[in-house]
Design a protein around this ligand. Sequence first.
Ligand code: ZN
Length: 171
Amino acid sequence: MRLVTSANSSKEEFDKRLRFITEPVGRVDQQLQSMAVDLLECMYLENAVGLAANQVGLKIKLCVVDPAFMYGRKMPIVLFNPEIVEHGEETFQAPEGCLSFPEVGLLVPRFRNIKVKFFGLDGRERTIRDDNSLLSSVLQHEIDHLNGVLFVDRALQPTEVTYKDSIIKGA
Ligand code: ZN
């Protein structure tokens, strides 16, 4: 799995890989399960707490998250076809990074409470109702990825992104 990043891709290539809506998966079979396991492995290798399939070139609605990894534990969650089905009104600003933008750190407004519906690694439908800010912001960040939305789009302050071939202001 190769990470698509602003440092190793031109703006055009980057947008082609990351700014599109991924395809929902059908039944969770062995092939999808092994993709999820590979994605988790890649996430841990990169010391990240979340990774979306399109960040490594897969075009499906799959992401993995593990906020506990920030505290040295492993409690992975695999989400196929994740969808935010409810959210509260309250928002907060969380500091975020993204493996696709190696040099960017930003404050991003997110909902504090969300309810996410998804299919787990075993293919069973599940929901997470979240009132833990870190998990909440990680889930919103990854689900955004699957819909072609990036955290630089949501940040309050304009930012500068350096791609392989150019610097884009206020991206
Ligand atoms: Zn990201």
